[in-house]
Design a protein around this ligand. Structure first.
Ligand SMILES: *Cc1c(COP(=O)(O)O)cnc(C)c1O
Length: 464
């Protein structure tokens, strides 16, 4: 029998977290108006709100923090990062940015345009991340979702639910003039479809198809290393390849990328764009200087550039990825074994609980996943995030609530931050709520909401 995987690191520094009583949590929930974003972090025992910027840095990364070169131009920390990115991705040009959406802003300014230049243009891809979509739509362009249909069935097992449907993509490519398709964007792993990977074969086929139509292809590379791990585990033709070779092969197909370094960069803040061609790089440079800062720091401190140069390499280590994705799967399996309905197969960074099947007694108008999120916090001080009708917001024209097909509670796992004992606690908390699910029949009404992006700040009152 194979030995089980275990974390390829030990703990040198700890950060205390505190368990609270049910009475304390009840008071905090009322004060927070039942919106988990309004809780103070000390009021949360295990925080699974997001995996973005919440990971733990290694001793090697902290050492780079101390070596950080804060020179305005030509800092050594910049050159360390440049070398890492060129080495891992094969892309010779890069521009730092302060986070992923800032990188998108720079890339899209160069490719789609600014002001009215984007009107009538389309950006096909697999389910675009919400800030990505925001940056496309704010330029009056359209993000066209070409993800395979299998991605939308939470119970269907498919190894690469992030894949692009080539038929859907070709329909888009045929229906528009070449100059109206500034790029095709492949998000790895596909965050919006649950951290589901894209196969190398699909990246290659997508790139080949786009090349035939003269359309550049870019990666939204926030979780490129996790995607490479899934390719190694699930794609027969890649089984013998190392993670770094797979990463190289993924990037070899594309013209560049935008990355949120808060994910597989394992840093708390940062991002970048990278380019194969010098012409586009030079064009993007103008926007980077305007929005982010000079080319060799781009909105990041020198120390953070240095920490990122190490984090990107650590994220590609096979033992790290096995423990990382193994931990997410461990939590998923613990929930499945107890009968808790979760999305299958498990994604790379989060477990998605199917709130409609968990709480069939709560009406959609009373916000099912929001209700489940509050119950899980109330039970054990565990914070997840609602991906349902609150997030879906109102229709911009009719102002009616939009009710998405799925009501999900996302449990995102920060990198290298919690132990499997914490995961056992999370599972036990959810199972306790599951055991009393029949008694949960009423949800919430909104008492205040902002005109856009209401989920962050909305206030709720319980219905009874
Ligand atoms: C997080 C994320 C972004 C945006 O990055 P920020 O660093 O949060 O601005 C873009 N795309 C994907 C796929 C992401 O997961």
């Amino acid at each position: 029998m194979d030995l089980p995987y275990a974390e390829p690191y030990r703990i040198k520094m700890i950060e205390p977290i505190r368990r609270s009583s049910q009475a304390e949590r009840e008071a905090w929930l009322a004060r927070a108006k039942y919106n988990l974003f309004n809780l103070r972090s000390e009021e949360v025992y295990i925080d699974l709100l997001t995996d973005s910027g919440t990971g733990a840095m290694s001793s090697a990364q902290w050492a780079e923090i101390m070596l950080g070169d804060e020179s305005y131009a030509g800092a050594s920390s910049y050159y360390k990062l440049k070398e890492t990115i060129a080495d891992l991705t094969g892309l010779p040009f890069f521009l730092p940015a302060h986070q992923g959406r800032a990188a998108e802003n720079v890339l899209f300014s160069a490719l789609i345009g600014t002001g009215e230049e984007g009107r009538g243009k389309v950006v096909p891809g697999n389910s675009h991340f919400d800030t990505t979509k925001g940056h496309i739509e704010s330029r009056h362009a359209h993000a066209v979702d070409c993800t395979i249909d299998e991605a939308f069935d939470t119970e269907l097992d498919h190894p690469f639910k992030g894949n692009i449907d080539l038929g859907k993509l070709e329909t888009v490519l045929k229906a528009h003039r070449r100059e109206d398709i500034p790029l095709c964007l492949i998000t790895v792993t596909c965050n919006s479809s649950g951290g589901q990977p894209v196969s190398l074969e699909n990246i290659r086929a997508t790139a080949a198809l786009c090349r035939r139509y003269g359309i550049p292809v870019f990666l939204d590379a926030a979780r490129f290393a996790e995607n490479a791990w899934f390719i190694q585990q699930r794609e027969a033709s890649c089984a013998g390849m190392g993670i770094k070779d797979i990463v190289k092969a993924m990037f070899a197909e594309v013209d560049g990328c935008a990355m949120s370094s808060k994910k597989d960069g394992i840093v708390n803040i940062g991002g970048f764009t990278a380019y194969r061609g010098e012409e586009l790089f030079r064009k993007a440079m103008g926007f980077n200087i305007m929005y982010e800062g000079y080319n060799t720091y781009g909105g990041m401190a020198g120390r953070d550039l240095g920490a990122l140069s190490v984090g990107l390499r650590e994220a590609c280590e096979a033992d790290y990825l096995a423990a990382r994705i193994g931990q997410v799967a461990w939590l998923g399996q613990a929930l499945v074994d107890a009968g808790v309905p979760v999305q299958r197969p498990f994604g790379g960074h989060a477990i998605f609980v199917d709130a409609k099947r968990f709480l069939p007694g709560v009406r959609k108008e009373e916000f099912v996943a929001q209700t489940l999120g509050v119950e899980v916090y109330r039970e054990g001080g565990v914070r997840g995030v609602e991906i349902g009708a609150v997030l879906a917001d109102r229709d911009p024209e009719t102002r009616e609530n939009r009710y998405p097909a799925l009501e999900l509670l996302r449990l995102a796992i920060p990198r290298r931050t919690y132990t499997n004992d914490h995961m056992a606690y999370v599972a036990a908390t959810l199972i306790r709520v599951f055991e009393r699910r029949k008694a949960i029949t009423r949800g919430y009404r909104i008492t205040w909401e902002a005109p856009i992006l209401r989920h962050f700040t909305a206030e709720f009152a319980p219905l009874s």
